[in-house]
Write a protein that binds this ligand. Structure first.
Ligand code: TRP
Length: 333
């Protein structure tokens, strides 16, 4: 498999609950890509600790994300599916890449600035170094493409810069990766504040729909979603951010395009519209949640997946790291 197909890499942090935005923007696409590409998917627990985590929860969320990946249709036989901390090469390459990254570049990262403001009591080195670890993740596997949300664009750009910088300083070592930014439903916004991206750490939990929410919770959240006073289901993100966001969600969960969705709700009141959106989401999530629960009950299976994944990942990452160590002059035995 390796060699013919392009290498695709992505990762998700095992923090809190994933939202339907994470599902649409990330995990769902991972499934669609696994036949076409040589896919490597990670659970980025080393990134997660850049903001303080409760250890028991981090452990639990790790298995929960793994089960979710599989429940959504990611096939561990087809992809490399692994936990970042199981492959020491990530930390090792990140250290080397640190010496090819400037402090000023990291200080200018939007996400660093946002997170620093949000966690002002814990602006740790890891938070600042987050993009370098992400570069290490990607570059270790000679990745060609990285599907991510638009919020990760800056991190991908710096990954490319670091790769080019290293390649120029020595000789071609890293594949320079391309970012692929999901378009449809790439950005699902908060139900209560549609000017903001739907986030795992939303201020008001009612603004975010989590993949773990049951049907009643989902229906309640959509019922409360902010709309407008025009009473027309029309896609117009500028003037109708709430309704447009709901249309995006409906479109993403039903696979129908926006014009089709608009006509489906022509002349329909917002109450009925919101109920339909809630139902589409709940219908889609129910079987995934059932499968996830089933997988979580089989820890032996999940551990086996992680073990195989770590072995496969370490083998591939090790090759790149060895090349890097050689080029920079680390004495080899
Ligand atoms: N920073 C990414 C996010 O929060 C997660 C991530 C970590 C990642 N390493 C990566 C994504 C490598 C793509 C490639 O969404």
């Amino acid at each position: 498999m390796q060699g013919e197909k392009k290498v695709l890499y992505s990762a998700v942090q095992p923090t809190n609950n994933l939202t339907i935005g994470n599902y649409i923007g990330a995990v769902r696409n991972f499934v669609a890509l696994q036949n076409e590409y040589d896919c490597i998917y990670a659970i980025a627990n080393m990134h997660a600790i850049t903001v303080r985590q409760n250890p028991a929860e981090l452990r639990k969320n790790t298995l929960s994300l793994l089960a979710l990946y599989i429940a959504c249709g990611i096939d561990p036989q087809k992809c490399v599916l692994y936990l970042q901390s199981h492959v020491p090469a990530h930390a090792e390459l990140a250290w080397v890449l640190n010496t090819f990254t400037y402090v000023g570049e990291m200080e200018r990262m939007t996400q660093f600035k946002d997170k620093s403001a949000k966690h002002a009591d814990n602006i740790n080195m890891g938070l600042m170094d987050y993009p370098v670890l992400m570069a290490a993740d990607i570059l270790l596997y000679q990745t060609d493409v990285v599907p991510v949300g638009v919020d990760q664009r800056q991190h991908l750009e710096i990954t490319r810069d670091i790769a080019i910088r290293f390649n120029n300083a020595y000789s071609p070592t890293f594949t320079v990766p391309e970012g692929v930014y999901t378009k449809v439903g790439a950005k699902i916004n908060d139900l209560l504040d549609p000017s903001k991206k739907m986030s795992k750490s939303a201020e008001n939990v009612n603004g975010a729909v989590f993949l773990s929410d049951d049907r009643d919770t989902i229906m309640r959240k959509f019922k409360r979603a902010v709309t407008d006073s025009e009473a027309a289901v029309r896609y117009d993100p500028e003037n109708k951010p709430g309704v447009s966001n709901l249309l995006s969600i409906y479109s993403a969960f039903t696979g129908r395009d926006i014009p089709q969705c608009e006509s489906a709700f022509a002349g329909c009141g917002y109450g009925q519209f919101k109920e339909a959106v809630g139902e589409a989401v709940a219908d889609k999530l129910a079987p995934i949640q059932a499968e996830q629960a089933k997988l979580l009950a089989d820890k032996e299976y999940l551990n086996g997946v992680l073990k195989n994944g770590a072995e496969a990942a370490a083998r591939r990452a090790g090759r790149t790291l060895a090349k890097v160590y050689k080029k920079i002059g680390f004495y080899q035995l």
